[in-house]
Ligand binder design. Structure first.
Ligand SMILES: [Fe+2]
Ligand SMILES: [Fe+2]
Length: 383
């Protein structure tokens, strides 16, 4: 019986012979019944021919109807099929329990099921409802009522499918817009990083190594890959505030005077101000890192003198990464430290300058740090 299919259709509004508009997909009505109940078919066929009785007439959704019969032994074939409506002859199948089997089929948890059955109306409806039927018609059947109920259920099914299609399309669109906006944010950050590099020739690789150390520490602390990558990317702007510092201080070979040191320290707040108030999540994070990367765990840092966990975690992570890389790099005012000596400095200042857990995370990733420094060596580091 499953192979007996027939199709009825009508021209949809605005669609004429020879029109280029795509044909709407037909709505499949699965009639589940033993062969003895085929009397259901004439009314359903009329549904396809009578515009007034169609779901399409009520919703404006163009409808083509395709009817296919399934005997009791063919029910399994319905699994996964895009069925718009199931019309079930409970009488010919030994009772309404057949609804339970149909509901259990793959992809049919929400397919409208119209059960046709005999018996006391209230009792049949209660039983059918408990089994998962959407609608019940009690014999003797009124063909017009069957058409109207079936038409309404098809309209319901069409509207649900349309809503799901729109939701899927919207979800895809939102994901694309978010990805595009994130890509733009990343590009802006990379361009700002380039600006910092132009200002200070040594900054480029320093920023890349600090970002690499930041990922290692963040992962060592158990942060997610996304959180670690965000902190690393945002960290590339930690010294963006140095753009406002005169060369005579920034590039000074000798030690800084107290006044010059004060001016140098202003880069934290200046960077924070440059980046704050952005709706961008990454720029907000960068602003926070710019402000807090010179704070110390013991509260003796600057600019706010925050202590312990009052310092945001990204700032505590970058404090470790930034100092370590500064130590192993040559500067106009100092030689590069050997790696082991710089590592010893972090251990020595664990719990005073640095968050102990960040130092521990750094040490747990020591091999990764060595690989990173090998890939991006400082310009002149002592062996
Ligand atoms: Fe800094
Ligand atoms: Fe730095």
């Amino acid at each position: 019986m499953g192979a007996d299919r027939e199709s009825t259709e009508r021209a949809t509004p605005g669609q004429t012979a020879g029109s280029c508009a795509p044909e709407p997909e037909p709505v499949l009505i699965a009639v589940v019944a033993a062969s003895a109940s085929e009397p259901l078919l004439p009314s359903l066929r009329a549904l396809g021919r009578d515009p007034e009785a169609q779901g399409g007439a009520q919703t404006g959704i163009p409808v083509r109807i395709e009817i296919q019969m399934f005997g009791p032994e063919e029910i399994g074939e319905l699994a996964g099929w895009p069925v718009g409506l199931m019309v079930v002859d409970g009488d010919s199948l030994g009772g309404p329990e057949i609804v339970l089997s149909l509901r259990a089929l793959k992809d049919h948890a929400r397919t409208p099921i119209l059960l046709v059955a005999s018996g006391e109306a209230g009792a049949v409806r209660r039983a059918a409802c408990a089994l998962g039927a959407t609608e019940v018609l009690i014999r003797p059947l009124d063909p017009v009522e069957l058409q109207m109920r079936a038409g309404a259920l098809i309209a319901l099914s069409q509207a649900r499918h349309e809503a799901e299609r729109v939701t899927r399309a919207m979800t895809r669109h939102v994901a694309e817009v978010v990805a595009e906006s994130e890509a733009r944010e990343r590009e802006i950050i990379q361009r700002l990083m380039l600006a910092a590099e132009f200002r200070d020739d040594d900054a480029g690789d320093h920023l890349t190594r600090v970002a690499g150390c930041a990922i290692a520490i963040a992962e060592g602390l158990g942060l997610s890959e996304r959180e670690a990558n965000d902190i690393a990317l945002a960290s590339t702007m930690h010294d963006i505030g140095k753009i406002g510092i005169p060369d005579s201080i920034l590039l000074k070979a000798g030690p800084l005077s107290a006044e010059e040191r004060k001016e140098m320290q202003r880069h934290a707040e200046r960077g924070h101000r440059m980046l704050q108030d952005s709706p961008s999540r990454l720029l907000q994070l960068a602003s926070e890192i710019a402000l807090t990367h010179h704070e110390r765990w013991d509260g003796k840092g600057y600019p706010q003198g925050l202590a312990g966990t009052a310092i945001p975690l990204p700032g505590r992570i970058i404090a470790v990464a930034d100092v370590f890389d500064a130590l192993i790099s040559e500067r106009v005012y100092k030689a590069a430290w050997p790696l082991e000596k710089a590592r010893g400095y972090l251990v020595e200042h664990r719990g005073s300058h640095f968050d102990p857990s960040c130092v521990d995370a750094f040490l747990s990733r020591w091999q990764d740090i060595l690989d990173l420094v090998q890939d991006r060596p400082t310009s002149s580091r002592a062996a």
